[in-house]
Design a protein. Structure first.
Length: 94
């Protein structure tokens, strides 16, 4: 059985580092969120897979970078269309 891995990266601050990388895909920069010690901080992208946090997270502070895509505003709206199973199943007979 496949295991779901949430789109997030965890790191630990050292008091000096301000750039943290992540490895999950995202569509919009506004879908990214960062917390330091459980408190939300502004997200500044550096390239496509790194965020800049200022000031540097304190030594031992947990840094969480995650994707927070709003479900109420989907990027694509699927339509039902004309895909009846009887039509699909008999389409190869025509």
């Amino acid at each position: 059985m496949a295991k779901y891995l949430p789109p997030e990266t965890l790191a630990v601050g050292n008091g000096a580092e301000t750039v943290f990388g992540f490895t999950f895909p995202y569509l919009l920069a506004s879908d990214l969120a960062v917390t330091v010690g459980g408190v939300a901080v502004p997200v500044y992208l550096v390239g496509t897979a790194q965020v800049y946090i200022t000031p540097a997270p304190a030594n031992g502070a947990q840094v969480r970078i995650y994707r927070n895509t709003p479900a109420q505003f989907p990027m694509y709206q699927f339509s039902t269309g004309d895909r009846k199973s009887t039509r699909l199943n008999s389409s190869h007979l025509a």
